[in-house]
Design a protein around this ligand. Structure first.
Ligand SMILES: Cc1cc2nc3c(=O)[nH]c(=O)nc-3n(C[C@H](O)[C@H](O)[C@H](O)COP(=O)(O)OP(=O)(O)OC[C@H]3O[C@@H](n4cnc5c(N)ncnc54)[C@H](O)[C@@H]3O)c2cc1C
Length: 433
């Protein structure tokens, strides 16, 4: 029987193990709990949900709703159990977290092809001896010894330990009567979308930032404030003009409507080649999601902004995937070792499980790469798309190729979703054959 070893029995590790086990492969699944716990894990069960109990929207006209459908069709364990222990949550898929982890633990530990080994893996070589493929799925809070070993193998600069995420908005939700394309000192350049502010708008914005409700840092996250990526609200607290001399500095930018330099400028940088999604430069933040929506829509041009992702700052171990992984999630520096879950460069419970699902099926010889027009394909595509400043991502329409046609904002979601479903069904037919 062919064997695969997996490090970490979280969402990605359990999903991968299940897929492999179901296809007759022998799995050794290493889990450090209950011998050692990360600062956020507390339960002895596998596939623990460390924070929210929600797998987000089930709306099939969202990236995550589509991903849920695709995962369910591929026979996802995480999706199956989530549906079995779902609690009422409107349009969201939320679960009873204890029942969820207990049931996954029961199914995984009882599987005849899966052996759970309770041990903290401290170095890759302990399990990656060349005799079988290894999946590293140790999560965003991977044990320190193992994380340091990975950094040694791929290079210190290729492994991040913190994540400072700025919000992303969809380009077609930006008010182009206010915002303008230009780079600093290059008005003809279309790299940045600029939202100009006058003095009054700027000062009101700074004052709201300072007063905004924040997510409290956990103990193990208290060192998250590096000077290089301070939360925008912390910068605002340092002085009224700190932002105007920092990320909101207007120098080199002329508003084509007034012919003058604005008092301050919020710059948006494109997230993809199609420029369908834009990142608010320097807007990493600990403001609550509700406050981000309220305060960031005060920015001229963003009044009606659709947020594809909101900002956050948290402890997160992940690789700079496009540099260190092949398209099949295999470490270039250590062939035979694959990455799945948050550590591979995705963000979110389901996205983590989705990479484990795909990798399990891939190593069982059952699946190829899905087209990038699908949710799973777009997510995996993100991991191989070169980026100057690679950051983990949730699944959203901005990761998919542009529609290639003009359509009103409301219709675009439907068009993305329809194309995704159609492409998926054509591709999935071949998987089944
Ligand atoms: C504090 C925090 C809160 C989060 N909240 C949310 C949220 O609300 N919603 C959301 O969608 N996403 C959230 N995420 C992001 C992410 O989706 C989850 O962390 C998700 O659990 C990642 O899945 P995973 O399988 O990659 O890792 P995990 O689910 O963390 O699984 C990794 C497993 O590996 C084990 N392990 C680690 N190191 C070793 C080792 N050396 N040897 C053996 N075993 C090891 C761990 O004990 C763990 O069981 C959060 C992340 C963090 C850090």
């Amino acid at each position: 029987m062919r064997k695969v070893r997996i490090i970490g029995a979280g969402l990605a590790g359990c999903e991968a193990a299940w897929q492999l086990g179901q296809r007759g492969m022998e799995v050794e699944l290493f889990e450090m709990k209950p011998l050692a716990y990360s600062p956020a894990h507390t339960s002895p069960y596998l596939a623990e949900l460390v924070c929210s109990n929600s797998f987000r929207s089930m709306d099939p006209e969202t990236g995550i709703g589509l991903l849920q459908l695709e995962m369910a069709e591929l026979g996802s364990l995480i999706m199956q159990v989530a549906q079995d222990v779902a609690v009422p949550a409107g349009k969201a898929l939320a679960v009873d977290r204890e029942l969820f982890s207990k049931e996954i633990t029961r199914l995984v530990t009882a599987h005849p092809n899966i052996k759970v080994i309770y041990q903290e893996v401290q170095a890759l070589d302990e399990v990656a001896d060349g005799s079988c493929p290894v999946i590293l799925a140790a999560g965003p809070l991977a044990g320190a010894h193992l994380a340091n070993d990975l950094a040694r193998i791929i290079g210190q600069d290729s492994l991040a330990f913190y994540d400072a995420i700025a919000p992303i908005v969809s380009t077609d939700s930006v008010n182009m009567d206010v915002a303008f394309w230009a780079s600093r000192y290059a008005p003809e350049d279309k790299d940045y979308l600029n939202c100009p502010m006058n003095k009054e708008e700027y000062l009101r914005f700074v004052s709201e930032l300072k007063a905004g409700d924040r997510v409290l840092a956990r103990d193990f996250e208290s060192q998250a404030h590096f000077e290089g990526c301070l939360p925008i609200e912390v910068m605002a607290e340092r002085g009224e003009m700190t932002l105007a001399f920092g990320p909101l500095k207007p120098v080199g930018l002329v508003d084509p409507r007034t012919g003058t330099q604005p008092f301050a400028v919020v710059q948006l940088r494109s997230e993809n080649l199609g420029k369908t999604a834009m990142n608010l430069v320097g807007f990493q933040t600990r403001l609550t999601y509700a406050e981000q929506k309220r305060i960031f829509t005060m920015i001229p041009g963003l009044e009606q902004a659709e947020f594809l992702r909101l900002g956050s700052i948290h402890r997160n171990t992940y690789v700079r995937a496009p540099e260190v992984l092949t398209q099949y999630l295999e470490l270039r520096a250590r062939p035979g070792v694959y990455l799945a879950g948050q550590i591979s460069g995705v963000e979110g419970y389901l996205e983590s499980a989705a990479t484990g699902l795909w990798l399990g099926l891939f190593l069982a010889g059952k699946i190829a790469l899905p087209p990038v027009q699908t949710a799973l394909g777009a997510l995996l595509g993100h991991l191989r798309t070169p980026a100057k400043n690679f950051q983990p991502s949730n699944v959203h329409f901005g990761l998919m190729p542009d529609l290639g046609c003009k359509a009103p904002k409301k219709k675009r979601k439907v068009l993305y979703a329809t194309r995704a479903r159609k492409t998926w069904q054509q591709w999935y037919q071949k998987v089944e054959e």
